[in-house]
Design a protein around this ligand. Sequence first.
Ligand SMILES: Cc1ncc(COP(=O)(O)O)c(C=O)c1O
Length: 446
Amino acid sequence: MGKNEKGRGFLDPSSETAALYAEASKFIPGGTSRIHYYFSPYPIYAQSGEGCHLTDVEGTRRLDFLNNMTALIHGHGNPAIKKALFEQIERGLAFSEPSEPEVRLARLMIERVKSLQKIRFSNSGTEAVMMAIKLARAYTGRSRIAKFEGFYHGYYDYVQVSFSSNPANWGPAEAPASTPSSGGLADSVLGDVLVMPFNDQKAVEGLLERHGRSIAALVLDPLSNKGGFPLPVEGFFKFLREITRSYGILTIYDEVISFRVDSGGAQGKYGGDPDLTTFGKIMGGGLPVGAVGGKAEVMDLLDPSQGSPRVISGGTASANPLTMAAGLAAMEQMTPPVYARINWLGDLLRKKANEVFAAAGEPAQLTGEGSLFRLLMTGEPITDYRTSIRKAAPQERFNQLHRNLLDEGVIISKEGLACLSTPMGEAEVDQFVKALERAVAKLQKG
Ligand SMILES: Cc1ncc(COP(=O)(O)O)c(C=O)c1O
């Protein structure tokens, strides 16, 4: 596996991939436009996708457990999404004017997610988070935000703080340091972001007692991939809701990834009544998308019908009809039995994969919920970002396992993120588990 019918793998110096990457490196920094997909010495290049399979430019077919970073919940080439797109292409690619699919997708989202009264579309999760933070600032008249250590929310400046902290710079557990997770942030950004430890009620109480009245919003991913998918301890979200209200802080749930786990999103599963929620990924049916939705009194700061709105958002491609049509076709297929089935498959996969690690004596685990999972090279119970990395094996060991999985015909992200898609069934779960068994055995042989 991991080789085409000529027996050539993507790392072969004579491969198409090597040639493409060499060419890409002449024009694109590091040969890639997406840091999250780059891995050393270079990534595989996609040729085509069909259902739950992706074929690379070498002609090697693998099971795709990454699905464009979890965005393609129906895998590749879903017939209903293709049909909706072809029909929309016939009507027109893009207009300055709004179009019907936007209205229909807005209605569907509001009918499904309890905390939404209004919604506004954009082109990425990053834009959605940026818009939500601006709305919270305009609504509260405050400028600082709070977020949890190790949680990723896209690449708007104010959330590029402390998502990649490490033991050398992360400071005390009860008051994590604000560390820059990217160069190029304005000096003022770090001071404008309060970083808190997830699942630590006492620490959150202490930090908000000191800073709460200067904070506009708490941005929170209810199921954080970057944090290792720690689950909230009993009552934690309820506590957060109450304490943020008591300080006049808005809560923003970032459901760009977690919306996948339930038709009402992670908030439908774990509760919580956020003021605003951000979306992306699956909601666009595979096309670029983002959205912020929430309480009408906050969302109405965007309303231009009564004069100039308090918060300005634009976007030449925002709510473009292709994305809206694809998103609608994707979301309409996500009925409760479809969620139930794919989530059940996720539970099965986690159980079987964790049995593989236990049988091999490898301190590693699959975390996650529903159709989302993450491979972590630590046996520690995951309660927050620090537990996900403190005792983890060196990165090189994970890199090797990732490579072994690719060789065994399975795609996951270079950080261990993975997901199921609706064309998958028990057969694909079994293929994953067998591939993992071989990949771990190879890793342990050295
Ligand atoms: C939780 C979360 N928020 C925001 C984003 C940013 O979304 P996008 O990549 O569409 O800008 C991501 C992307 O992975 C994410 O996982």
